[in-house]
Design a binder for this molecule. Structure first.
Ligand code: PMP
Length: 353
């Protein structure tokens, strides 16, 4: 066996581009177009650089206790990590440890199969139906675990909580992860079910509705027993995942829920106006419950629009993948960013005539 054969080789997840050029309208990674609450700036001024010589609190207690207060939970029901990517990766490592395949949709967050490959977890991708809907009955069979993004990405489609409950009921012997990265933009959270279902893990993030992708904060909420297993794995991997500024600033974000609500309301309004304008331009799209739209034009290839927009310094997301290559995923920005996006599309459509 040579050197090459002993090395773990993986095909990494490819995140959306983070362009270096200036003047870009960035609608490609579902960030929030609004800055975080002014309370975060104040908390930043209170940070003491002298304290950076110390390790941060491994339990991130200040953040966990604000999360507990925010959701009316006990601290033992919460686990935090470096973005929900870190939390989800820890969940895969902890909860998906059998020989049976875990299940997730064929069209979903494209990190799931990367973690499954990395951790050598067998998996099966279950096709969404022709309208990109999850059929709960497809998840009612023997398996090693289930992960569902709700609303799903990149479709923006929501699975109602009673449907999730059916999946939980049918799978008492395996963990069901519900990735609620986009839940605050119009969905009902499965969170209330954690007290009744010891197999449910709800994962959320500060990156979208809380305007803090740069702080890298995510969290899981579940029965204390599952949280303990998760913490044991995390402490066997890296005790100090959350850095001190993120713990403090994340707690400040949570102290201003009124501000967060206001930004969410603005984004939802902009989303609905943008959706209506896109339909007028001939685009086909379903209602979205997230901070993005998943759109296609019946005549114009998505790749052509993607490139045309990029030339105009407007970045959206396009995947050259089966079933979704005719779609663009467009993050909801400010009203003026979406106006610029729509007028660029109008130009691209006119140029083609
Ligand atoms: N889940 C889904 C469905 C996502 O789209 C994203 C964003 N890329 C994440 C999780 C991870 O977000 P973060 O690590 O920033 O919390």
């Amino acid at each position: 066996m040579g050197l090459e054969d002993k090395i773990r080789k993986v095909v990494p997840y490819v995140p959306g581009e983070q362009p270096k050029e200036s003047g870009v309208i960035k609608l490609n990674t579902n960030e929030n177009p609004y800055p975080p609450s002014p309370l975060v700036r104040e908390a930043m001024e209170r940070l003491q650089a002298d304290r950076f010589r110390l390790y941060p609190d491994p339990a991130a207690s200040e953040l966990v206790s604000e999360l507990a207060r925010t959701y009316g939970l006990d601290e033992s029901q919460i686990f935090v990590g470096v973005g929900s990517d870190d939390v989800l990766a820890m969940c895969f490592l902890t909860f998906f440890n059998s020989d049976s395949s875990i299940l997730f949709p064929d069209i979903t967050y494209s990190f799931y199969d990367v973690w499954a490959e990395l951790f050598r977890i067998p998996y099966e991708q279950i096709p969404l139906d022709e309208n990109f809907r999850i059929r709960p009955e497809d998840y009612m069979r023997k398996c090693g675990g289930i992960v569902i993004a709700n609303p799903n990405a990149p479709t923006g489609r929501l699975l109602p909580v009673p449907e999730i409950e059916k999946i939980l009921k049918a799978n008492p012997d395996c963990v069901v992860i519900v990735d609620e990265a986009y839940i605050d933009f119009g969905g009902e959270s499965a969170l209330p079910l954690i007290s009744r279902y010891g197999n449910l893990v709800v994962v959320q993030t500060f990156s979208k509705s809380r305007s803090s992708a740069g702080l890298r904060i995510g969290y899981a909420m579940a029965d204390p027993k599952l949280i303990r297993y998760l913490s044991d794995v995390k402490y066997s991997f890296n005790s100090y995942t959350m850095n001190m500024p993120s713990i403090k600033l994340g707690a400040a974000v949570l102290r201003d829920s009124a501000y967060t609500e206001k930004c969410i309301a603005k984004i939802i309004r902009t989303r609905e106006n943008t959706a209506a304008a896109l339909r007028k331009l001939g685009f086909i799209l379903d209602d979205s419950c997230a901070n993005f739209l998943f759109i296609r034009h019946p005549q114009i290839p998505a790749e052509e629009l993607f490139r045309g927009l990029k030339e105009r310094k407007i970045y959206v997301r396009w995947w050259n993948k089966p079933r979704i290559s005719s779609y663009l995923r467009v993050t909801i920005g400010t009203d003026s960013e979406m106006e610029a996006f729509l007028s660029a599309l109008r130009c691209l459509l006119t140029d083609r005539k």
